[in-house]
Every structure is written in C-alpha cells, then in structure tokens.
Design a protein around this ligand. Sequence first.
Ligand code: ATP
Length: 699
Amino acid sequence: MRHRSNSRRMLFPGDFQIPQRPPLAKNPKVIGPDSVYDAWLASRELPGQKGLFLVPGATRPLTIENAKLAWFVSQACTFEFLSVLWGLNPLRTTLMMSLNIIRSLFPAFRGYSQALIVDELQSLIASESFTWSRLLWLMSTEVLRRIVEGLLDSLAASNENIVLGSARFFIEYKQMEHRVRLDVPTLSDPVVRDLLQESDLFARSFSGGGFGILSPLDFIHVLSLTTEIASHLLLIVSLTRGASHLGVLLLSIFSALLPVMVSWCTCPTDQSESPSTAREARAADRQERMRNLAYSDAYRPEIALFGLGDWILKSWSSARKIVLASEQPYYLRNSSILSQFNLSELVFALQNFPLLLLLQTSATSLGSLTVYRSSIQSMIYASRNLITTTKMAFQGIFLMSAFCASMKLKPRLQPKVEDTVKYPQRPDGMKIDVRGLSYTYPGCLEPALRNVNFSLKAGETLAVVGYNGSGKSTLARILLRIVDFDRGSLLINGVDVRRYSPVEYHRHLTAVFQGFSKFNSSVKENIGLGNIDKIGYRPAIETAVHLAEADNLVESLPNGLKTQLESPGFESISYSGSMNSFQSPQRHGLSGGEWQRIAIARAFMRATEPEVDLLLFDEPTSSLDAHAQNQIFDTIEKLSRSPSGERTKTVIFITHRLSTARRADKVAMMENGTISEFGTHQELLEKNGPYAALYRASV
Ligand SMILES: Nc1ncnc2c1ncn2[C@@H]1O[C@H](COP(=O)(O)OP(=O)(O)OP(=O)(O)O)[C@@H](O)[C@H]1O
C-alpha cells in the first residue's frame, strides 16, 4: 500500500509547491542581493568586470562575495527546497540521512574492532597459552560487523536510488511544467537562457552525472563526512588522553591536517576552469559554439556542402587554447616543487613521532597503535573528501539558485490578474485595429516595424505583401501574440490585446508560420497537433487532410497516417545514463511542398472550430504549384464562411504571389517596416504606387 501511495505522489508532483518565501528582511546597512535571481546573477559576474558573465555551468570561485551570496541563497531557498524534496518521501529521506550518518561511523568502528583482534593476538602470544575461543569470538564479531556493513550499504544504495529518482522526477516535472508556459519574449532573453541552462544542469545532477561529480547528496555527504572526522578524532583523543599526551594529540592533528593545508596553499583559491577575463569568456563561448556545430546533426548538410569542417576545427582549437591557457596557472602551480613533494610520505613520517611517543607509555597496546594509525589516515582522507564535497556543494547552491529563480520566471506576455480581460467573441470574426505599432527585436538597432496603422473589419480578408525583410512576418507574429510590441496599440475586438491571457487568445486563432514546425513524429501527430483535443479522433484528422488536399500524399506513404516522418535537423536529447531500448522506426522524408501541405492540414484541424476567429497564413503556398495554391485559397475562403455563406472568420495571409492578393478584400503593401499603401487591390492598382509596380512586375 505504501508503495502505491508513493507512486501516486510521483505521478502528481503538481501537488507540490516550492514555498514562496516572503523576501528576507534586509539590514539596510548590508548591501546584498534582493532576490535569488539577483544572487545567481551576481555569482556569475566575472571578478572585477562588471557586466561580463561566466558561461553557464562555470565554476564559481570561492570568494568572500560568493560565500555571502551562497549564504543568502541558502537562507532564501535552499533550506525550503531541500525540505520540499524531503516532503516527497519523508520516511525514505530520513532513512537515507540516518544511514549516511551511521555509515560514516563505520570506519572508526572498523579500526576499533581490528585493534581488539590485534590486542587479543598480542596477549595470546605474550601469555604463551594458546586459547582460540576469545580470538574466534572476536573474529566472528568482525565477520558479523562486515556483513551488517554490507547489508546497510546495499540498503542505503537502493534507498538512495528511490529518493533521488523521485526527486529527479519532481524537478524535471517542475522544469517542464514551467518551461512550456514561458513565451518567446521571455525565452529570447539571453540571461533567461543561461538561467534555464544552469537549472537544467541542476536537474541533471540528480542522475549522478552531467555536471562533474556534483550531486545533491553532497549536502548530506558534508554532514556524514563531518561525523566521520569527529568519530576519528574521538578515537584519537581517547587513545592519547591525559595531559602528558596533549603534545602527542596536537602533533597528530597537525600531521593529519598538514596535507590539506599544503594543498590549500599550493592551489589558488580560484581553482575553477572558469574564464576570468572578457577574452577568455569570449573564447569559452566560441569553443562551445564550435563544439555544437561539430556535434549537431542539424548543421551537417551545410557543413558538408560548404566544407566548414576545417574552419570549425581551427576556430575551436584557437578558442580552446585560450581556455586551456586560462586554466594553466592552476596546473603550473600544482606542479610546483612544493606539490611535487610526496605529501603522503611526509605525513606518514610525521605520524611516526606521535607513535613513538605513544609507545613509550607502558599502557599503549599494539591494537591502540593500529587503530591510532588507521584513524589518522582515515581522517586525512575524510578531510580531503570534505573539502572537495564542500566545494561541490558550494557550486550546487548556485545551480540550485538557478532552479529556484527559474521557477519564479513569469511569461512576459501574461497580463497581471487585475488587468486581464476575457476575450469577447463575435459571430463574424475578429476585428483588428492597429495604431502606430512599432517593434525592434532585442539586440537590434533598427526597428523591424515602425508606425504601422491599419484597421480590419470582422470577417474581412487581408493580403499582406511587400519586399523581403519589410516586416510582414514580424507583423504576423505580433498579431498572433507570439512577440510583444514596443510602441502603439493593437486592439482586438476593441480591447487592448495585452489584456488578454495569451493562452485564451491563442484558442481563437490558427496559423501557418513561415518557418512552420516539422515534428519528428507520425503524419497523424504532425496534423493532429493543430487541435490537441482531437488528436486521437481519426475523422477530424482525415477531414483536415482532405481540406489541405493531402489525401494523395497520405495514401502514397508506406503506413498512411501512421508513417513516421523524418524532420530535418531533429536531434534527440538523451539524458546521461539512459539507454535506447528499442530501435527507432524507419522514418520517411517529405519534400518542401509536402511538408507545407502537412502544416496547412495542421492549421485546418483548428480552423473548423467555431471559437476560431482569425486564420493567419504566412506564405502558406510558397512551395506549392499554382493549381494546388488556388485550391488551398478556395478552401480558406470556404472555411471563413458559415454554411449559409456569411463571413464568420477574419483571414490574413502574407504572400509574395500577387496573383493571390487580388482575392483579398484589402491589401497592405509593406515597405521598410511600415504599411505604405492600404486598400482594395483595385484601389491600389489605380493609385499606381509601389503595389501596382510590384504587381506588374510579378504577373
Ligand atoms: N528574430 C529576429 N531577430 C532580429 N531581427 C529579426 C528577427 N526576425 C526578423 N528580423 C528582422 O526584422 C526585419 C523584418 O523581418 P520579417 O521576417 O518580418 O520580414 P518579411 O517581410 O517577413 O521578410 P520575407 O518576405 O523575407 O519573409 C528584417 O530586417 C529582419 O532582419
């Protein structure tokens, strides 16, 4: 029963919320970050170079500033986040933590048990009366101890697997849930992209791979390693107790910590492989871009066609050399004379002094010396581990901050609750009023749209024509509410479009984008995705296929609607550690025009729904022959009317084929990001302006 309830919880992680902690009360004298996002951003800033940031996933140097940021993040989200994870599986997580602490005591017990055996042997040899019974008893307890240790180890491993599995599922679910709701303006922000990339690294760390040796267990390991060191210390103290042995104790601790201290002195505080100058940051970025080019199948045809292999290799190697050079000081210092010195030997030699001192006391047995020696060595090992693990946990805090901050990202197109207005549906389509609309793409100097004005009555058809780059697709993206605009107003059915929830607004539209998606999936899915509610309803898909005149195409495919299509440039994302357990099916490629028919059918899946008020097509027939093009436009015309012939949907289409523009009620001629002429085809011809010139040139 318990198992069932756990799996139920895993299936519905939406029940779990990361608590929205109120902002921490700030001490006005302390200047620090305002939010986890600010702390994350500040941790990425290159030391001493404001405005320049580390590449995503780069190691944060261990500086006082970063330590303060890590502390802030811990207060603001880490503890709550860990408690949410704990809440997923409280019993198992408690068991995992307890087992880790219990296991950290094993080495000390192991040493103690072995010491008892050595002592027993020593006394047997000294007494010259050989009785096996006590020795056998001690040896069987030792065997039993090892069996228990082994059992606890395997219990801990399987328990850890379950805890980490559900934590990973929870985190990936939260990420996906959030990611699919983010809109284009949010996702096109480079800082948001970096944030999401680090958040991904955090999610991947739950599988034990992806980001060095980082693991969320590091936080627990810090605790268990501290316990282990404490238990060894306790043993050492008990072996060297008494004022006369204080010097021995101090010497022991000093000899144990010496290698750690030497390694701290020989390693720079910034051991990261992170770039620390703008040039190195640029090189790291270029190195990654070149690596992507080399590994991605999407670019393979162009790389082959244009012979880019050598160029990629050359660019990568020059960037890589800069990055490697930036890492060199660490290696150079690491190979200094001091570090060449064999530290272990030094430490072993030093440890012989306290051993000699201990031997001088008559009470010291051979077993005590054995356990003393092994405890010292285990302590050195655990201390080193503790430092490495603490450093990894330190990095983990920043990746976790990326995850926590990314959870608070809001889609930029989503209006505030108090401003949101319900979309007022009209029976005759969508009424559009555009006034002084301007838009500049992020990072661009020149606006893509400037002072665009036009009005379209509900149910009218508009053809948007113009030269390449004149802003037609940008206008379409704004009308479809994929991107926002900077200035002006866009009224849809008399209401500012910014007041509609994009999710609700999109339910009233259907479209074919210029660069429509080609999904690496079946024909049925490629089309059905246009109306997700009917994706499993075969007659609806067949109707859409028929409307798009794609019946012959589907029939010619080996498995009809079930044929798996090959989308150029599709790359599967494989999580580390996962294996493909089945052979992927044979995929079928399509021509440009055939893909276009699939995209049109996808748009038609939805066009028949009564709630859809606007049909927008961005060059829907650019790859179709003239006959097919006319048929598609006839269908669009039919779809925009009720069975009795009244206009029920507004239609906008962008086209370079001006013979189709004359079908529209209105034509908008675009030049340099603005509408230079607007009217009926006839009016614009009579005006004898740019539209008339373009029309005459194309027919
Ligand atoms: N994602 C983008 N980022 C930056 N600039 C862009 C982006 N998309 C388009 N632009 C720029 O915006 C301007 C208008 O582009 P748009 O795609 O709207 O033109 P278009 O009229 O549809 O062109 P075409 O007829 O070639 O399809 C162009 O100068 C283009 O370079």
